[in-house]
Design a protein around this ligand. Structure first.
Ligand SMILES: [Fe+2]
Length: 451
């Protein structure tokens, strides 16, 4: 995180005597990044954080990719994933590369231990479910559509609220006992934060053009300190393995901290979309970034208002990026086969854009209710075996078909065809306009407005 904050008790100066009520010294720990020149937080523990024992290696987390030499568009349906494991062991990696991994998780049980990802930052997008994450820097309550960003090295325990009944649009409790999330995790050692262009170079304050600001971020709160003795397991992910360590005190024993490195939550509904007279490019949806990838939020928003605007994204080649979209909410019926929980992957080598029929059908729409999370990477993404098992092989054919069925072949010739629309913006080709506000009225309106 870019800006300074603090929680709990800290001494007036760094690196000075700071004593517990019993007279012993608190144990200061400097939690530094990038060789102590990046964002840093200084914490004060009740117990020396070095007192750990009983380490053993539990299991490998090394991801094995499949079809690394195959480049094609993919559609992976994550909705059928059955509950398994906890919020760490139940993660199913679907795509990744040497910069990030993308996983989905539908856990079957609560965590029985604390966890530290010593390998990468975690950006957890909570699709369904709510609860509390207890971290060494304080407590964050989370709910549906929250991004929860937990930086590398922060010890935490994720506690779900048990679901008792499904709200409208949610999977039944037996199919999803606690909740579900999408996880984007760094594998290149970089950190997830806001794009640098959103914040002041001088003060790190969020600037006026940013689609969110400090007020939208939910920082750790009290309770912070758990002063308990006993044997506490902390599982640490590092070197593509999860290791088990035993702490002889509660690992969340910090009484205070200050600095710029801490977990936080941000609800995607607090993202204020930037809209335009004509189609705005994907970077205006950017929410976070790390080295070699970005995370974007495609939220409900007003659509382009030029009288002749084409509302759906133009065909495009994002020549330096692979693109994965996770569909959260909305009517995706016009993108064939897409459903809530679907992920689509579009590799850099293939242009993509509107599905057949969706451009004309969408011209009068004023608003889109779509909600999707996108991760664009600058290096090729590879699917895992799990992704292939959930793959919809028909997706690549979904762009086949007549885009403009109302126009007979031969009518469009270069340098001779007139405008497609009358001067007042109405259609010149007689195509029926039966849609408004992104709601289908019997035709194929496009509700996938994300690129
Ligand atoms: Fe795209």
């Amino acid at each position: 995180m870019p800006y300074y904050t603090k929680l709990g008790q800290i001494p007036q100066k760094r690196h000075v005597q700071f004593r517990r009520p019993d007279g012993a010294l608190y144990s200061e720990e400097v939690f530094g990044t990038e060789g102590f020149v990046g964002p840093t937080t200084t914490m004060y523990h009740i117990h020396p954080p070095t007192q750990v024992s009983g380490w053993k290696t539990l299991y490998s987390t090394k991801v094995e990719y499949a079809e690394t030499d195959v480049m094609r568009m993919r559609h992976v349906k994550s909705a059928p994933l059955k509950p398994k494991g906890d919020m760490v062991t139940g993660r199913v990696v679907l795509f990744g590369n040497s910069d990030c991994e993308m996983a989905v998780c539908n856990p079957a049980e609560q965590m029985g231990y604390h966890y530290k990802n010593g390998q990468g930052d975690e950006c957890i997008f909570v699709h369904f479910g709510s609860g509390t994450v207890y971290t060494m820097m304080g407590t964050i309550k989370f709910g549906p559509k929250d991004y929860v960003v937990i930086p590398k090295g922060v010890i935490y325990k994720w506690v779900w609220d048990k679901r008792t009944q499904a709200k409208e649009g949610e999977p039944p409790v037996e199919q999803m006992p606690f909740g579900k999330f999408l996880l984007i995790e760094t594998t290149n050692g970089s950190h997830i934060g806001p794009p640098p262009r959103y914040v002041s170079k001088h003060t790190s304050q969020f600037l006026e053009h940013a689609p969110y600001c400090e007020r939208d971020l939910r920082l750790p709160e009290l309770p912070l300190t758990f002063d308990e003795r006993g044997d506490f397991e902390v599982r640490i992910k590092a070197r593509d393995r999860v290791h088990s360590y035993i702490y002889h005190y509660h690992p969340l024993d910090v009484v205070g901290w200050d600095g710029c490195y801490y977990p936080f939550a941000f609800n995607i509904d607090d993202f204020s979309p930037i809209t335009g007279k004509l189609h705005m490019p994907p970077p205006i949806h950017q929410t976070f970034e790390a080295h070699n990838f970005v995370i974007c939020s495609f939220c409900p928003r007003m659509l382009d208002w030029h009288p002749n605007a084409i509302k759906v994204p133009y065909n495009h080649s994002n020549l330096d990026s692979d693109e994965v979209l996770y569909y959260v909410e909305g009517n995706f019926g016009s993108r064939k086969g897409i459903e809530v929980g679907s992920l689509t992957a579009h590799p850099q080598g293939i242009p993509h854009g509107p599905h057949p029929g969706t451009i004309e059908a969408s011209l009068d729409a004023k608003y889109t209710g779509e909600l999707a999370v996108m991760c664009d990477t600058f290096r090729p993404l590879y699917p895992t075996k799990a992704a292939l098992e959930l793959d919809d092989p028909k997706y690549t054919d979904s762009w086949q078909g007549e885009h403009f069925p109302g126009i007979k072949g031969g009518r469009i010739t270069t340098n001779s065809v007139g405008p497609m629309h009358n001067a007042d913006g109405t259609h010149a080709n007689g195509h029926a306009n039966g849609h408004a506000n992104g709601v289908a009225t019997g035709g194929k309106v496009a509700d996938v407005w994300a690129p």
